[in-house]
Design a protein around this ligand. Sequence first.
Ligand code: BES
Ligand code: ZN
Length: 615
Amino acid sequence: MASATINMPRDPNTLSNYNNWVTKHTIADLAIDFKKQCLSGIVTLQLESITEKESEEIILDTSFLDVQEISVNGSKSKDWKVTDRSEPFGSPLSVKIPGGAPKGSMVALDIALATTGKCTALQWMAPSQTSNKKFPYMFSQCQAIHSRSIFPCQDTPDVKSTYDFKIRSPLPVIASGLPTGASQFKHGVNGESGTMLYSFHQGVPMPSYLFALASGDIATASIGPRSLVSTGPEELSDAKWELEDDTEKFIEIAEKLVYKYAWTQYNVLVLPPSFPYGGMENPVFTFATPTIVSGDRENVDVIAHELSHSWSGNLVSCASWEHFWLNEGWTTYLERRIGAEVHGEPHRDFSAIIGWKALEDSVNLFGADHEFTKLVIDLKGNDPDDAFSSIPYEKGFHFLYYLEKLLTKPTWDKFIPHYFTVWKKKSLDSYDFKATLLDFFASDAKASEILKSVNWDKWFYAPGLPPKPKFDTSMVDKCYSLAEKFGSSSYSPHKSDVDGWSANQIVVFLEKLQSASTPISPEQSKAMGATYNLIITKNVELSARYFGIGLTAKDTSVYQPTAELLGKVGRMKFVRPLYRKLADVDRKLAVETFEKNKDFYHPICRQMVEKDMGL
Ligand code: BES
Ligand code: ZN
């Protein structure tokens, strides 16, 4: 068996031959052209030959990319081609290396390229689409397999490269590296005067999906001794206030749990509202949705999460998207350990209870037998974006939480820094994880005995929900009893019901209502919106959930506000379920709303909503 599979790459979502060559260093020398809405320039890949039997071809991933010219070790090559597209992975670029290269030697490819209008990683915004309407804006989102639509690469988390960024833009630039000094670039591409060259270096090897760029009217302020926040100048002071209390505290807690932060600075870029995720853990600069700036510091758990990726995901990476839980499950685990340290242990279960609801929703959406409800999934032929859900986050969290409880916290906690040391700057799969855990405790007879009871196959491959632990419900009991009142009668809400509640307690209440077997009445929904201020709240975690309940209750008074919200936020966590629910009760309004706003959404979000609604 082993010999047949030895040359099979473990990542099925790349077309690159990374088992023969690996990228060690990448130089992205690119100009940002806001008028043409494209990036163009030269990307250099320095690849090492890693096989005895020399490979005479380097195959890279590309997707909707305009590849113009290639040099091999400085000499222009004619021996390359971009082959036909195969969905969903794109068009492989093959470059012939006559005679190959001896194992251990390096080959440099300089690739001249431009992105195209079909690029799935970039969102371009005209000045009219930005908050102050003065300047254009652009940003990238590469996870999971969108880097290949910016530059040819081995687009797999199983390969890690260091990076240099040399980015020309008329506006400030942010990238996933440390700045090495911006200098005036007098004669930019096409003679654009005022264009600056922004340089960054990423000396810690990272997978291609962490390549990130943003450029626009961006201002910056300090939020801690090693942290900055960047966003639009008008939004800066609110963003600073939201983050300055917690960021350094979170870093220090994580450092105690694992080890020293490895990326020098931990900064946050707060993006325009069409950013499709809550946060994205781009090294040095986390990218975040502006919905975290809610004025109440109630959404900083997103920062605890993205920061935690600095260890799980960014330093220690899953080897393929089939083992994505190693990124997100570990990160959710660390995020909740940080939360527990700040707010006390009951808060961990509070957060896990919210997560359990998201897990149930995902399992219900896919169906309890679905492949994508497993912890370790089969992604052959599939787009990782289609498998994305809360399952790797929450099932992954529960697996680690289960191991912690099984071994007891002090014993388990010794494993955490060990695991992150062994796999630092490397990629691993679930079997490596299992071996590392068993190995670490091999010399501890008691722990080894305990670990014999772990049903690994069941955790890895059983579809549906994992066993539900007994949660500490001390923080949610009152939320549940309020929800029960609605369920059992024609209860009409009172302002005092939610006096002194945190936004997240209201979230728990709303989720309990949403999962009740009989929906509330349209009248109750309407009264609830007015009495609990849910119709006017600026916290989208609340309004999106409230609108979801209102739509299920067929409360027509939320239809229009839902459509309005869908024109203001592009975070998929809110947008996708709201479109689904809106389409159920008023398909016409849903389709009209989508048509009106589709240019506002990021290409990934647009694509997912189109799939969801069968457009
Ligand atoms: N890495 C993810 C976002 C992501 C996953 C982008 C897969 C593309 C493909 C990020 O760390 C994340 O999990 N974001 C969450 C934050 C939340 C769990 C606190 C989100 O966007 O909601
Ligand atoms: Zn994450």
